[in-house]
Design a binder for this molecule. Structure first.
Ligand SMILES: *[C@@H]1O[C@H](CO)[C@@H](O)[C@H](O)[C@H]1NC(C)=O
Length: 193
């Protein structure tokens, strides 16, 4: 009984400490595009409620014929310079994987969209709570090479691209799956001892 109990406690601590990777659908929107008049500050407000961490990803959805996503430097972000981006994605189902702490700047690759506030800035804090300066990007923009590996304690819960679901749904599903696994594992451990 004590074994089962400590197993449960350990499991809920793991859930609390956020070991699971989440896929966030940018703006909870079906289309990454110019902000609409009903929600002109969508890209400013959306990240405020969220805590991004290494291992999470950002999903930008949009009709590929109409838009694109670029990751740019802070300076380019502020001045809406869309030339020479760090990363360019235009497949309509663009997944940006967070592999290091820091501040990440995104905007649209379509001329004029940045000026109309289609821009997104997210902060990813290191585990010690610091927010490192942006790394010096090499000519290839190889961000992933220097990234710390994501600790997978029980293995990641797969979060494949799911265009129809929002990020909150993914979070709930992950926690639900975690609880089921926890109950099964803890039950087994308790019976074996
Ligand atoms: C992020 O990871 C997914 C799945 O591994 C991959 O398909 C995608 O290309 C990655 N995104 C970038 C920008 O490398």
């Amino acid at each position: 009984m004590a074994v089962k109990l400590s197993c449960f406690i350990l499991f809920f601590m793991l859930i609390e400490s956020n070991v699971f990777a989440y896929q966030y659908q940018v703006g909870n929107l079906q289309a990454w595009n110019l902000p609409t008049s009903t929600d002109p500050k969508v890209y400013t407000n959306w990240p405020k409620k969220l805590t991004f961490k290494i291992g999470d990803s950002l999903l930008f959805l949009y009709p590929p014929s109409q838009d694109s996503v670029i990751q740019v430097t802070k300076e380019s972000y502020n001045t809406c310079n869309i030339k020479n981006p760090i990363l360019y994605m235009d497949d309509g189902n663009s997944l940006f994987n967070i592999t290091s702490p820091g501040v990440f700047y995104f905007t649209s690759g379509v001329s004029g969209h940045c000026e109309k506030s289609q821009k997104l800035q997210i902060s990813v804090y290191a585990s010690d709570g610091s927010l490192p300066e942006p790394p010096a990007y090499g000519p290839s923009g190889a961000l992933a090479d220097t990234a710390p590996s994501y600790p997978t304690v029980f293995g990641g819960i797969p979060t494949g691209p799911s265009p129809s679901s929002s990020s909150s749904l993914n979070i709930k599903t992950s926690v639900y799956v975690a609880v089921v696994i926890g109950v099964l594992v803890c039950g087994l451990v308790g019976d074996m001892i």
